[in-house]
Design a protein around this ligand. Structure first.
Ligand code: FES
Ligand code: FES
Length: 171
């Protein structure tokens, strides 16, 4: 008996992940993106679907500490990997230093891009790209803000880089 293409795409795969420090097992179609699985199957709606085509950065999460565009990442490729979303940055009630900095520097307006901006910003500081403004802007260039909060975002990221707080924060 042959299997049709539509039958093949309906077959689900079992994938084990660590999401925000918790072991999770999900049954997903082979073509399911990480963004859709986070939002629709795990109830983690902090990562936003802007373009869904890898062009806006709203969906940025960390996979094993590296920034990933979750709309371009197939969940089936992440067996055993650790995923951190914006929901996993805070330590209980205590906001992550980058979250505090975005509030203190008024680095958002509508807030739609903010979770992705913060995830990229944490990676920017951790990888040492926040010392010079040009390097910082280059690193963050994949995160678009339709409200144009860029000057405040730069200040927020620089403020955290200046304190060194983010290197102590868990990812
Ligand atoms: S939603 Fe992923 S880059 Fe725009
Ligand atoms: S704060 Fe509105 S898109 Fe960035």
């Amino acid at each position: 008996m042959t299997t049709t293409r539509s039958e093949r795409t309906r077959q689900e795969l079992s994938v084990s992940l660590y999401v925000n420090g918790e072991a999770r097992q999900v049954e997903v179609p082979p073509q399911a993106t990480l963004l859709d699985v986070l939002r629709e199957r795990l109830g983690l709606t902090g990562s936003k679907k802007g373009c869904n085509h890898g062009q806006c950065g709203a969906c940025t999460v960390h996979v094993d500490g590296e920034p990933y565009l979750s709309c371009l990442t197939l969940t089936a490729t992440l067996e055993g990997r650790s995923v951190t979303t914006i929901e996993g940055l805070a330590d209980g009630e205590a906001l992550h230093p980058m979250q505090r900095a975005f509030i203190e520097h008024d680095a958002f307006q509508c807030g739609y891009c903010t979770p992705g901006q913060i995830m990229s910003a944490v990676a920017c500081v951790q990888t040492g790209h926040a010392q010079g403004e040009a390097d910082l802007k280059d690193f963050m260039s994949g995160n678009l803000c339709r409200c144009a909060a860029y000057p405040q975002i730069v200040k927020a990221v620089q403020s955290v880089a200046g304190t060194g707080e983010v290197s102590d924060a868990a990812l």
